[in-house]
Design a protein around this ligand. Structure first.
Ligand SMILES: Cc1cc2nc3c(=O)[nH]c(=O)nc-3n(C[C@H](O)[C@H](O)[C@H](O)COP(=O)(O)O)c2cc1C
Length: 217
């Protein structure tokens, strides 16, 4: 334990990414995000679409977990989940949430504050239909976030639903679908030398335009 504790406290990584400059960043943060995501994919960053989603429950206890980004458009960032999960029940009561991407290989972080809204049934249906069959079956088999007896509980339920849907088209259940996080602000972070990183923050103003400010690292 002591050895590990020392290894953790002495772990250092030098950041030396290229400058992130106001004059070179897109005026629209969603376009800038697409540009960075495109680079992350081209540079083979590990799990580029994985993002941390933070929500808050009614006792104001925050919780965070990884979900996968499945779509981006002018309105926001889409992910899919079980609406009855912990995150789903948090978002039911409080739509405010935060997304965070960390792309270690390119020393970049993107933080998004916003409100999560359910996507239309049509959009969720279309995405559900595009998933592999086993993933569709697992949506029925797994009561996400609930305490279960043991591993066998899941395997047995999977086998039951797998048999039940044999040779049938599987329809999306109502408790599973997408959320779109509508951003109110988006911060781009680029690691730089001497811990003097670049942080550029876009905030949506009342007139719908984006304000751009630089934050101290
Ligand atoms: C790489 C990775 C990708 C994941 N993608 C999703 C996802 O897209 N949707 C989802 O509901 N859970 C996803 N999970 C599982 C969640 O992190 C989490 O365990 C689950 O959604 C239950 O969260 P909750 O109890 O806070 O609601 C992913 C986990 C990892 C590590």
């Amino acid at each position: 334990m002591k050895r590990l504790s020392k290894a953790i406290s002495s772990y250092r990584n030098e950041y030396k990414g290229a400058a992130l400059i106001e004059s070179r960043i897109s005026k629209n943060p969603l376009a800038q995000f697409e540009h960075w995501m495109d680079e992350a994919i081209k540079k083979k960053v590990s799990e580029p679409t994985a993002m941390t989603l933070a929500t808050v429950n009614k006792k104001l206890q925050p919780s965070a977990r990884i979900v996968l980004l499945k779509g981006i458009d002018k309105k926001g960032f889409v992910f899919y989940t079980n609406y009855k999960s912990e995150k789903g029940s948090n978002l039911e009561k409080n739509k405010l949430c935060c997304l965070n991407f960390f792309w270690a290989k390119v020393q970049r972080q993107v933080r998004i504050y916003g409100k999560a809204e359910k996507v239309s049934s049509k959009e969720s249906d279309a995405y559900f239909a595009s998933r592999p069959r086993a993933s569709q079956v697992s949506v029925f088999a797994s009561p996400q976030s609930e305490v279960i007896r043991n591993r066998a509980f899941l395997d047995v339920r999977f086998a039951i639903y797998d048999g039940f849907f044999k040779d049938k088209k599987i329809q999306r259940p109502a408790h599973w679908g997408g959320y779109r996080v509508i951003p109110s602000s988006i911060e781009f972070w680029q690691g730089r030398t001497n811990r003097l990183h670049d942080r550029l923050l876009f905030t949506k103003m009342k007139n719908g335009k984006w304000k751009l400010e630089r934050l101290s690292p």
